[in-house]
Design a protein around this ligand. Structure first.
Ligand SMILES: [Zn+2]
Length: 247
């Protein structure tokens, strides 16, 4: 019943035309918008509009929540679920946005760019969101990282395994993910470079979020250096970012 009401509300929402400026915000700040195949563009824009309508964007420290802010953040979120279902975000209710990189009250030792709380809240720094999008090759994308955490939690536990498409997907996923996670930990302990950011060595949940950033931004490199990891993420997300990169 709840699902029907939601569907009815979404259909109503999509009857109106999307504000024209929104395309401009995408062109200005969201480089991956160009890579979305023509036949998926409408789905993408619909999902983005649903996300904007259903989530509450909350200002922190005087951040001005404009349509531009909503469009850019929503675009990043719905890229992850374009080939899945936007319902994976059903438990997410709020996106808190800071105007600067903010210092977490509980965290003495560093600036925090973004974080996903419990089930329902994602906290983001607006400049970090823009930086993450501007450079599409460095494997660093704060908003993508945080929304990957939300998908992880939507799968039940917060352990680096979202709800996969099929029961049979879990065992190969676990094998490939844990092997690459342990490898990252080993390289990190030696201070050696790795395909993935060392931050992913913290635990399996961070590994999944960091691997997601690299998958979307450095797909070609991941496919070359860790084809099995690439393949797991390709099967889950339904994207093939290596195919979009000009080489
Ligand atoms: Zn994280």
């Amino acid at each position: 019943m709840f699902g029907l009401i939601r569907k009815w509300r979404r259909d109503g929402l999509l009857k109106d035309a999307m504000p024209e400026e929104w395309l401009g915000y995408l062109k200005q700040h969201v480089p991956f918008f160009e890579d979305i195949p023509e036949e998926k563009r409408e789905d993408f824009l619909d999902a983005m509009r649903i996300f904007i309508a259903e989530k509450e964007f909350v200002s922190a420290n005087g951040m001005e929540i404009t349509d531009e802010v909503k469009v850019v953040i929503a675009a990043t979120a719905v890229r992850l679920t374009l080939h899945l279902s936007i319902d994976m975000y059903n438990r997410l209710s709020e996106i808190v946005v800071y105007p600067t990189d903010y210092r977490h009250p509980d965290d003495e030792d560093g600036i925090v760019y973004g974080e996903a709380h419990d089930w329902g809240v994602v906290v983001l720094s607006w400049p970090a969101v823009l930086r993450g999008l501007k450079n599409q090759q460095d494997g660093l994308d704060t908003a993508t990282h945080e929304f990957a955490h939300v998908l992880d939690r939507a799968g039940g536990q917060f352990n680096g395994t979202p709800e996969l498409r099929d029961r049979g997907d879990f065992s190969p996923w676990a094998e490939v993910m844990s092997r690459h996670y342990l490898d990252l930990r080993e390289q990190e302990s030696k201070g050696a470079r790795h395909l993935l950011r060392h931050y992913g060595a913290q635990n399996e949940a961070e590994f999944f979020a960091v691997a997601t950033e690299a998958f979307f931004e450095q797909g070609e490199k991941m496919k070359r250096k860790a084809p099995d990891l690439y393949e797991e993420l390709r099967q889950f997300y339904g994207w093939d970012p290596a195919a979009d990169e000009d080489e």
